[in-house]
Design a protein around this ligand. Structure first.
Ligand SMILES: Cc1cc2nc3c(=O)[nH]c(=O)nc-3n(C[C@H](O)[C@H](O)[C@H](O)COP(=O)(O)OP(=O)(O)OC[C@H]3O[C@@H](n4cnc5c(N)ncnc54)[C@H](O)[C@@H]3O)c2cc1C
Length: 434
């Protein structure tokens, strides 16, 4: 069986950016044989949230490559050039392309690595391969759509699997009921409920806001209850000084703080990324409710200061037990469908890497995103997108993707035995210009 220098789990923006970095480092004698495994049948970026009229929440300059190498072939600007839309894009006068266009850019970049990615395989296990007392390799096991199991060996691993749907506890017993679904499956699932008359959307973030507007704008729009614990929908703060927390060098600052300082920083800026839709979207929602007051046609409701504390499935719908946190009273409402725009958890790597836990302790990463391990564990295992608590709020976003892959690429150089780099003298310097 071929042994890869590196296997990447997931082929979303984080690992595509890494593939690009490694490709560009080849010009500097750093030749890593990297292979990626992606569970989706082909590249797609949050396909079930690809709603019309949605835009990027980050400048296109924070694409897969520009911040690391502005002259890269893989910049968003070169993508526009290749697609012969550069001039027209300039005339749009925006830093924030539509999500459709950014997805197309990512798919264009990903397609350059088709021979290095196995699509349609879900990794379910990573096993240690031991020689005497040392773990020297990793065995990565995946399953395809026909239930066939594939095994590959790697000297190093990078886990970039994104977030997993976070489901409030009271909905867990209904996980097999198609009438309750997470925003990550929104377009697929709502298509199965086209005749729904009454829908609840839970959440106070960008996804909840987008889904509310999407439902409102549908022909024959259902009645929608937008349900959140918050008193008001607050906008995301992307003003310049606040936005500095997403600068690449801020990662050094966050990582160097004490645990207590880091927690305080994350708390202080939590609202830049969570439970904070774009202001324009908030204004649209406010307008919907205002126009209802003008016409007297109260179709949708904004149930602020409300919490879903129970859910029961019945033939006529899902009955939600709602607690009005202002009045302190509980009541029940029955819905045809419930959308949980309740965010994502970021600890899936712990179950994937569970067989490695004897060597990994509590899964702490170093500054270069490498999991710390016992001395008898040789492979380098990196995480992307699961290091918010140590590296800051930019970790789950696109903000530092390009720079992060450079940092990981350099750390990989230390982990992969590179004869070519060795010839150039100092291996770190040999890559630094990449
Ligand atoms: C709707 C939405 C819009 C967003 N918009 C923005 C934005 O405008 N700006 C911004 O900065 N951030 C945005 N984000 C945040 C988002 O996390 C990043 O944009 C980006 O997707 C992170 O890339 P990633 O590769 O780390 O994770 P993901 O994009 O989630 O990719 C992970 C990949 O791993 C695959 N995978 C998971 N588990 C396995 C497995 N076991 N085996 C094989 N493959 C697996 C998944 O199928 C997926 O393709 C948005 C998030 C959402 C949900």
């Amino acid at each position: 069986m071929q042994i890869h220098d590196l296997i990447g789990i997931g082929f979303g923006p984080s690992n595509i950016a890494l593939a690009i970095t490694l490709e560009e480092k080849k010009q500097h004698g750093f030749n890593v044989d990297a292979f990626f495994i992606e569970k989706q049948p082909s590249f797609a970026w949050h396909a079930n949230m690809m709603l019309d009229n949605t835009h990027m929440q980050i400048s296109f300059l924070k694409d897969l490559a520009t911040m690391r190498n502005p002259s890269s072939y893989f910049t968003f600007i070169n993508y526009l050039h290749q697609k012969q839309r550069l001039q027209d894009f300039i005339n749009l006068k925006t830093f924030f392309p539509s999500r459709h266009e950014f997805n197309d850019y990512l798919a264009w970049a990903a397609a350059h690595f088709d021979s290095r990615c196995a699509y349609g395989e879900e990794v379910f296990e990573v096993l240690p391969e031991k020689r005497n007392d040392e773990v020297t390799l990793l065995r990565i096991r995946s399953r395809d759509a026909h239930n066939v199991i594939h095994e590959r060996l790697a000297r190093n691993l990078i886990v970039s699997v994104g977030g997993m749907p976070s489901i409030p506890e009271c909905f867990l017993p209904l996980k097999n009921d198609a009438r309750v679904f997470h925003s990550s499956g929104y377009l697929r699932e709502i298509a199965r409920h086209e005749g729904a008359k009454k829908v609840a959307v839970l959440g106070a973030g960008q996804s909840a806001a987008e889904i509310f507007m999407d439902l409102h704008n549908r022909p024959g729009s259902p009645q929608v209850d937008l349900i959140m614990r918050a008193r008001a929908i607050k906008p995301s703060d992307d003003s310049p000084f606040v936005n500095e927390i997403f600068n690449a060098d801020f990662t050094d600052f966050v990582f160097s703080r004490s645990d207590q300082d880091r927690t305080a920083l994350l708390d202080e800026f939590w609202h830049t990324n969570y439970a904070a839709p774009d202001l324009v979207l908030i204004e649209q929602i406010f307008n919907v409710f205002y126009q209802q007051r003008v016409t007297g046609n109260t179709c949708h409701r904004f149930l602020r200061r409300h919490e879903a504390i129970g859910a029961n499935a019945g033939p006529e719908g899902i009955q939600l037990v709602l607690k009005d946190l202002n009045a302190g009273r509980e009541y029940r409402v029955t819905y045809d469908a419930i959308v949980l725009a309740t965010g994502y958890s970021r600890d899936y790597h712990k179950s994937l890497l569970e067989p490695l836990s004897p060597y990994m302790g509590d899964f702490t990463v170093d500054r270069q995103y490498r999991l710390q391990s016992t001395p008898n564990f040789r492979p380098a295992v990196f995480l992307q997108g699961a290091c918010e608590s140590s590296h800051g709020l930019s970790d789950t976003l696109l903000s530092i993707t390009a720079i992060r892959t450079d940092e990981i690429g350099r750390a990989l150089l230390g982990a992969v035995n590179q004869p070519v780099a060795k010839q150039t003298g100092n291996p770190i310097r040999a890559v630094a210009s990449g």
